[in-house]
Design a protein around this ligand. Structure first.
Ligand SMILES: [Zn+2]
Length: 363
């Protein structure tokens, strides 16, 4: 890991692109966010219009102006491991390079700039900065805050500043992973008729998967695109043995008009005519509706312009959705550049995002 020198404070008066560079030069791979959380907390405590709370390496700052609506701006402060791409570098074409430039310190910079500059917002504001988003779900700081202090996350509408190229991406698809296991009887392959082949027994499952036709429902005005796929097949004992077990690992990515229970029911039902010996739910995180029909969301869309798109991947908007807060993704990073060694962001898009959010929150 590149060891960088940084002074231990953040300057929220910098423009959003320069502040992004400062955040990137504050390395914070997952599990190592304390120094950055400290710096964010210190910077926010200097702002008299905010009350600041902290839980672990998660910082929540709020205005309390008694406005009719409350909007949440949330972002994770961790990055994937640094790949010799810190400190940041601004090139002659106005592109800022470095770990976290896209995912999602440019978004965090926008949050901090709004915190600094929008002192009398037309809606009450909650800023959430959390750790451990890029690792296992049980470590996720937003999840920890939701569990310990759900009142800190109360709101009418949330914007998660995950990379979207300054396009609004609404909701997210759910993801369900199931193990479909078939059982047979082991035997020497020279006397195959003494056994029964569990891999062959999985053939109808694969045939059903190959024949699957995705549903593309419109939910709250956005067209989603489901997917049902085998992502792994496990089976076989040795090259002279009839296998007695086979597992087809299936990933179902589903649109937010299904609940978690309905998603499981769909998969069970879809394979109902296959002979499956064991059906195991291996992993499951629900979908989130885009919530673009909410008045705050509609006003947000009008202010930022463009057309909303659906989010196909899973993001923490789903955690807000579970708390009853509709949420969208919006920030300057290009999602295709997230987690890459050559991660970068077009610097001019960062103050642009700030300007649009600020206009929505002050008009
Ligand atoms: Zn991210």
């Amino acid at each position: 890991m590149a060891q960088t020198s940084h002074d231990a404070s953040l300057d929220l008066t910098l423009d959003a692109a320069a502040l992004t560079a400062q955040l990137v030069d504050f390395p914070s791979p997952s599990g190592d966010e304390k120094a950055l959380a400290d710096a964010i907390e210190t910077a926010l405590r200097r702002l008299p219009h905010l009350t600041v709370d902290r839980y672990g390496n998660n910082v929540v700052a709020r205005t309390n102006l008694g406005r009719a609506e409350r909007v949440i701006l949330a972002g994770h402060i961790d990055t994937v491991p640094i790949a010799d791409n810190v400190p940041s570098r601004l090139d002659e074409d106005g592109v800022l390079w470095g770990c976290g430039t896209c995912d999602m310190k440019s978004g965090v910079a926008v949050q901090l700039r709004i915190a600094q500059t929008v002192t009398e917002p037309n809606r009450d504001l909650t800023f959430v900065f959390y750790d451990n988003e890029e690792v296992a779900a049980h470590l996720n700081g937003l999840g920890h805050v939701a569990e310990a202090h759900p009142d800190w996350l109360a709101g009418d509408f949330a914007i998660l500043l995950e990379p979207t190229d300054n396009q609004v991406e609404g909701g997210c698809q759910g993801t369900l992973r199931v193990l479909l296991k078939t059982k047979g009887t082991r035997a020497h392959s020279a006397r195959a008729w003494m056994g029964s082949n569990a891999v062959h027994k999985a053939a109808p499952i694969l045939a059903k998967l190959a024949a699957y036709e995705p549903r593309t429902p419109v939910v709250d005005g956005l067209r989603f695109h489901e997917g049902l796929n085998a992502v792994r097949v496990e089976g076989g004992v040795a090259t002279n043995v009839i296998p007695d077990e086979c597992t087809v690992v299936v990933n179902f990515r589903y649109a937010p008009d299904r609940t978690e229970d309905e998603a499981v029911a769909f998969v069970r039902d879809y394979f109902a005519d296959c002979e499956i010996d064991e059906f195991v739910i291996d992993d499951h995180t629900g979908a989130a509706r885009p919530g673009l029909d909410h008045p705050a969301a509609a006003a947000f869309m009008a202010a930022v312009g463009g057309e909303a798109k659906p989010k196909f991947g899973w993001t923490d908007v789903s955690r807000f959705s579970a708390l009853g807060v509709p949420a969208v993704n919006y920030s300057p990073g290009n999602p295709l550049l997230a987690h890459k060694v050559d991660e970068r962001v077009k610097a001019s898009l960062i103050p642009e995002a700030e300007k649009r959010l600020s206009a929505w929150l002050t008009s």
